[in-house]
Write a protein that binds this ligand. Structure first.
Ligand code: 5RP
Length: 237
C-alpha cells in the first residue's frame, strides 16, 4: 500500500470507529454503504462481542452481507420505521452540510434510512469536505423512463450518462432494480433547489443530493491522528 492509500485508510478508519463509538445500548441504527461504513461495522461488531445490544437496518445488499458476516443483528424499516441513528458515508460534503452520495448506487435506500433517523452521522475522509459540491450527481431512475428522464436532465444543464457495470456488461442495476444516471453539472449553485427539481421528473426514484438533513447531521471527518466533528452549529449563514 502506498503512502496516499495508507493515509486514506487511516482517515476512513478513524471516522468509522468514532461513529461506532457513538452507538448506545438498544439503539436501532441505519447502516450505510461503502468503504468508510465498513470500518464502522468492524468496530461495531467488536463492541457487540463486548456486550453492546443493537440492531441495524442495512441500506444495500453489500452492507447486509457484511453486517451478517460481522454478527450485527438486522431489522427492517417495516419493523422499525423510526430509528435512533443512521451512519453513512458521502462522496462530498459542503460547508452547509449538503451531501452528494451514491457512488455505490445505494443512495435511495440510504436516503430512506437517513429520513427515518433522529440523527444522521456522516463519516468521511478529509478529501470529501469541499467548498462547493461539484461531483456528478447520481440519479436512480426506473428503466422504463430512462430516455425522457435523460432529456429532462439535459435541459437542466447537465451531461447525463448511464452508469455502466464493472465485470457486468451494460448498465448498473441497483438493489431496487433500476438504472443510475450520473449527471455532471458545470456548477451546482443551489443544491437544495436542484434536489427538488430532479425529484419532480416522472421516473426519477431519488437523486444522490442530500440537502434536507442538515439540522440532524453530524459529520465526522477522519484524519490520520483523530477526527474533527462538524455539526449544523458550525454552519456560517
Ligand atoms: C453509496 C454511498 C457511499 O456512502 C459513498 O459513496 C461513500 O463511500 P466510501 O465511504 O466508500 O467513500 O453513497 O451509495
Amino acid at each position: 500500500m502506498d503512502e496516499k492509500a495508507r493515509t486514506l485508510t487511516a482517515e476512513k478508519t478513524a471516522a468509522g470507529f468514532r461513529a461506532a463509538d457513538m452507538v448506545e445500548n438498544d439503539m436501532v441504527i441505519g447502516l450505510g454503504t461503502g468503504s468508510t461504513v465498513f470500518y464502522m461495522i468492524e468496530r461495531l461488531s467488536a463492541r457487540i462481542r463486548d456486550g453492546l445490544r443493537v440492531s441495524g437496518i442495512p441500506t444495500s445488499y453489500q452492507t447486509a452481507i457484511r453486517a451478517r458476516e460481522y454478527g450485527i443483528p438486522l431489522t427492517t424499516l417495516d419493523d422499525c420505521p423510526v430509528i435512533d441513528l443512521a451512519i453513512d458515508g458521502a462522496d462530498e460534503v459542503d460547508p452547509h452540510l449538503n451531501l452528494i452520495k451514491g457512488r455505490g448506487a445505494a443512495h435511495t435506500r440510504e436516503k430512506c434510512v437517513a429520513a427515518a433517523a433522529f440523527r444522521f452521522i456522516v463519516v468521511v475522509d478529509e478529501q470529501k469536505v469541499v467548498p462547493r459540491l461539484s461531483a456528478p450527481v447520481p440519479v436512480e431512475v426506473i428503466p422504463f423512463a430512462v430516455r425522457p428522464v435523460m432529456n429532462q436532465l439535459r435541459e437542466f444543464g447537465c451531461l447525463p450518462k448511464i452508469r455502466e457495470g464493472v465485470k457486468k456488461d451494460g448498465p448498473v442495476i441497483t438493489d431496487n432494480g433500476n438504472f443510475i444516471i450520473d449527471c455532471s453539472f458545470t456548477e451546482i449553485p443551489n443544491p437544495a433547489n436542484l434536489e427538488t427539481t430532479i425529484a419532480r421528473i416522472p421516473g426519477v426514484v431519488e437523486s444522490g443530493l442530500f440537502c434536507g438533513f442538515t439540522e440532524k447531521t453530524t459529520v465526522i471527518v477522519g484524519n490520520e491522528k483523530d477526527c474533527r466533528i462538524i455539526t449544523s452549529t458550525d454552519i456560517v449563514p
